[in-house]
Write a protein that binds this ligand. Sequence first.
Ligand code: SF4
Length: 441
Amino acid sequence: MASTVDTKRYWIWTVGCQMNKVDSDRVAETMRARGYIPAEREEDADIVVLNSCAVRESAERRVSGKLGNLQQLKQDRPETLLVLTGCSVSPDFEATRKRFKGADIYFQPTRLDQFTEALDKVWPLPSDPGIMACWQEQSGDTEEQGPCAYVPISNGCDKLCTYCIVPYRRGREKSRPVFDIVEECGSLVKRGVKEITLVGQRVNAYGRDFKDGTDLADLLTLVHDIPDLVRLRFLTSYPKDMSDKLIETVAGLDKVCEHIHLPVQSGSNAVLENMRRGYSREDYLALAQRIRRAAPNLALSTDIIVGFPGETEEQYAETLSLLEEVRFSTVYVAAYSPRPGTLAHRWEDDVPKEVKKERLQRLDALQQRISMEQHQMLKHQVTEVLIDSAQSERKDLPQWRGRTRQNRLVFVPRGDQDLLGQTVTVRIEKVSPFAMQGAVA
Ligand code: SF4
């Protein structure tokens, strides 16, 4: 393979959760530090990185399909490096290689050292420090930074929910030092970032591995103090780790937005037990109440799995009634798919596909009704929106896209004024279950 000093171009393809997007940013940063630059199109890249997701079977199928499609590129340009990372890559590289054939480099998402080590073998860095400095200057920090940024604060998970592959792929929970995080957030704000989301698989267990009492509430307080930061968020929270201290901190800090993503997964105690979530329906409802008492304006969003092994129609109905009771702002629903390596994979996947699909659709319809009712209540009201992109909801209409503090999506017409990164007051005029439209008031 080539090992010339010419500039390499990279392309990154990402599926999966926010954590994966954050990891892709780190991979891009690593490559920029080596002097590589982003390619304009996948087919022009010298190195294509696939950042995969193993949480659902459908996501893994997409990864296999993508890798298969890229073999044509590899045939046309054999020197192109194909790299696979993300949750599909297990510590057993041989097993991964068998399941996902056709990549040149495999590395675990938390192990950038495996990536750089492999790259060093194919495209060694020049030993002349002068050339290296020139490379880094050339690559620079050219990626344009939008107004919203995600900052990883922990990785891995110490829980073992029976359906989840994450602990097997990302390992034990590891928190980043407070100083590193605050410094990174500070430099992002200096580059124009207005909203920061702190991310981790179990973000509200942050700091537990330090064993000195530092927690997410302390971290939020420190990041909150960064001048010119406008909004602060965090995800994903695990219900059992939502301490009173954290709830009070969220309610008390102005910049922390009134939104918490709090996956419940099911409304049935029997299913929750089979999932080993460690809380009951009653615990979750009491927690939702505690949060809302402290921050009445706060929106809760959640994740639900339907068709978990053994889920009866009655148990499923309990999930529907939980939705009615909590009235989430958004629900991300998925039909259960067994993930090899997890405990639930050993159980019979006994809810037929059509039943899962039908449960998913019914739940979706219920949530659409709830979201629509919530959005209707906001009609003709004014709300604060941070404009995050010039992305339109309709192709024929130039619009700005933004989010309220409760994380609701809002579109406003795009006029002459550049509103990107601005916090504006919007009067809501039209609503759908998924988004709202309005005008700058
Ligand atoms: S807490 Fe979340 S990431 Fe951890 S095992 Fe459970 S579902 Fe997976």
